[in-house]
Each structure stands twice: as C-alpha cells, then as structure tokens.
Design a protein around this ligand. Structure first.
Ligand SMILES: *Cc1c(COP(=O)(O)O)cnc(C)c1O
Length: 374
C-alpha cells in the first residue's frame, strides 16, 4: 500500500489545512437566513477605489499575455510613493507570501525567531516549516508588544524578530520612541549582524492618525536590517486581488528577489494596485469612516458594560466572559452576524470584530446585546 505519509516531512504532518469560513450563500441556506453580514476578516466595507476596479476591467482582454514577471510598474509606483528606489521594493501575492519567502531565504534550522505572544499567527507557521525555532515573548499590560523584552530575548542564535504594528488581533500599536529604542538595543548575533526586524504594518494607514506611529520608512536609512511589510488588502480594500509589498535595503531585497516566484502577481492585481495607490481619496474616506464608526460602536458597548480593547485599526477585541468566544461566535452566526472567535490566538474569552458599514454595525450591536444578555 502506498502511504504518502511515509514520504512527508515530519513538520508538515503537524500542520492542519487552513479552514476558511463557509461562503455566505451556503450559510444562508443552512441557517435559513435571508440576510447575513460578515465582519470577521478585517476587510474594508467601503470597497476599493473605483479607479482600481476600472483598471482591472481594462486589462481583462489582455489576459492571454503573461503578466509582467517583475511587476515593474507597480514597484516603480510604490518606490515613487515612498521616495525610494525600485531596488528597495519587493511585491508579493499578499504580504502573506512575503512572510513565507522571507522565511525561506533567511531562516536556517536552529535559527531563533522572536515573536510576541498574541501577534499575528502566520509567522509561527513560516518559522516551523523551515524547522527553525519560535521564541514567544509575553505582551505588556494592555495587549501591547513588549519591545524591550523582545530585544532582551535576542541572543547569538536570533536571526529575525517579527513585530506586528499595529497588531492583529489586539488593535494596539508600538510608538516611535519604543520602536527606535528597540532597534538600537538589538544585540549582534553569531553572524556578527543585528537580526532582521520584520515590521508587519498591514494596518499602518488606519493608524496614521496617531502622531507617534513609527516612521519606519525613514528609519530604513539607518537600519538596513529592517523590513517593512504593507498590503493592499486592508484599507485599500483589495484583499481578493492579493497584493502585498515589502520595503527594505537593496541587499535584503536582492536576496528575497532571488526566491520570489516569477509572475507572483497577476495582471489584475498589478493594474488594480497601481490605480489604487494613486487614489488618495479612497484612503482618507475609509479612515474617516472607520474612526467615526468605532466611536459609535464603543459608545454603545460602554453603555452595555461590555469590555473591549481600544484600537487604532479597523477591528477590535471584545471580552465576552462569562461566555466563551467560540459559543458567542456560534450564537451570533445564528443571528446572521459572522465575527471571529480567538481560540487560535489563545484568547478563548474574546471575539474579534471588524468595523462594518453603519447598517452592519447597528445590526452587530443589536445582536450582541441579545447574545450577551445585556
Ligand atoms: C491581513 C494581514 C496580513 C495579510 O495580508 P495579505 O496582504 O492579504 O496577505 C498580514 N499581516 C497582518 C497582521 C494582517 O492582519
């Protein structure tokens, strides 16, 4: 009998396939509901720039051509946007892909990778598949990355540190002063280098109203070991197109380029992202909507006496004890509202909720009041 398991790497046997939520249409049928809203995946309910949609439609009849293998136009647009050079830029099929490619390029077995507790979960998977070792550092009070403790956790074997800023799923952030002190404090490793610092900034634009948010692009000049990851999936509302990018020093980028799959961004993604980056009004509209709606939601939660974690992003953590997040997720689903339980993040008493349209937020508040018996 052929047994594929005998040929499989041990580490891969411990992985589980990614389980995405069921499609809304399937849920409607199963639950007998007419109306279901999804506020579970930090998507921007205002949608993408109309210019991006137009640009994607415009390339449809050219789809028989391969896309530009190097995404040159998009890289140039990103470089120009940040006043950098094209060799400071790498693009990925979502920043998710870049996290994986960085791991493949830089992580050896036995290298240590420092990650915060309650940070985005994808890093640990990327580390594991390379047979490297994750070192998990507890957060400070208030669900904030403890950057001083993370610097202290670095030793001769540390190859990289991941920082999610602002963080998913907590919605918290680290400020300029903390971040700069952290970069300074990092010790040299056995390679005689400071470890790579991967600053995953998927929600940077949503937090841009904070004056003390780190200006990491500026810090790149002084810290060539810094890699900034940003994405078109969140405020730009193009999650379905899969476009992320990284900014770093030319040599760091050069090695990542050697491993990046060619054609990793399709024609639609490239064209849409270029147009989206040029539309500043879509970003400012989305930011304004988000801050206004968060105030509306939090005022209501306060009135109901529900505990939440204040956020600079487009989602927030909410405490549901004495209930369990898993059960609240199920009950809300039956009411037609999809939110996210946090068991995979080791936060069983919490759920994560994405800011929706005003209508969606009103429905969420009505249903959470019922489910939590407030
Ligand atoms: C959503 C998210 C990503 C992934 O974004 P893609 O570009 O869609 O792959 C990366 N990091 C964090 C923290 C996120 O929340």
């Amino acid at each position: 009998m052929f047994d594929a398991g005998k040929l499989t790497r041990e580490v891969c046997k411990s992985f589980q396939p990614y389980v995405a939520g069921k499609p809304i249409e399937t849920l409607k049928r199963e639950l007998g509901l007419k109306h279901i809203i999804k506020i579970a995946s930090n998507e921007n309910p205002l949608g993408p720039s109309p210019k991006a949609v137009e640009a994607m439609k415009d390339v449809a009849d050219k789809v028989y051509f391969y896309p530009d293998f190097n995404s040159t136009e998009l890289k140039s647009a990103i470089a120009k946007y940040y006043k950098m050079k094209i060799n400071n830029v790498i693009v990925g099929c979502g920043s998710d892909e870049l996290i994986e490619i960085i791991a493949r390029v830089y992580f050896n077995p036995e290298d240590e990778i420092v990650i915060s507790k309650y940070a985005f979960t994808r890093y640990q998977m990327a580390v594991k598949i390379m047979d490297s070792k994750s070192v998990i550092v507890p957060m400070k009070d208030g669900f904030v990355h403890d950057l001083a403790a993370m610097a202290k956790a670095c030793n001769k074997n540390t190859k990289a540190v991941f920082i999610t800023n602002p963080n998913n799923p907590t919605g918290t952030y680290n400020n300029q002063k903390e971040f700069e002190e952290f970069l300074k404090a990092l010790p040299l490793n056995k390679y005689g280098m400071k470890p790579l610092v991967i600053s995953d900034e998927a929600y940077h634009e949503y937090a841009s109203f904070k004056k003390d948010l780190p200006d990491t692009v500026k810090l790149l000049k002084k810290y060539p070991n810094l890699i900034i990851l940003r994405t078109f999936s969140k405020i730009y509302a193009m999650a379905g197109a899969r476009v992320g990018y990284g900014l770093s020093s030319p040599t760091v980028i050069d090695y990542i380029e050697r491993v990046r799959p060619p054609f990793n961004l399709n024609k639609f993604a490239q064209a849409g992202a270029v147009a989206s980056l040029a539309d500043k009004s879509q970003v400012s509209r989305s930011l304004k909507h988000n801050r206004k709606e968060l105030k509306f939601i939090f005022d209501s939660l306060k009135n109901m006496g529900i505990e939440y974690v204040d956020t600079v992003t487009n989602f927030f953590l909410m405490k549901v004890s004495p209930f369990k997040g898993k059960d609240v997720f199920k009950k809300m689903l039956k009411e037609g509202v999809i939110i996210r339980a946090m068991d995979e993040y080791d936060l069983p008493d919490y759920v994560r909720v994405t800011v929706g349209t005003r209508e969606e937020n009103e429905l969420f508040l009505e249903k959470i009041k019922k489910v939590l018996k407030k």
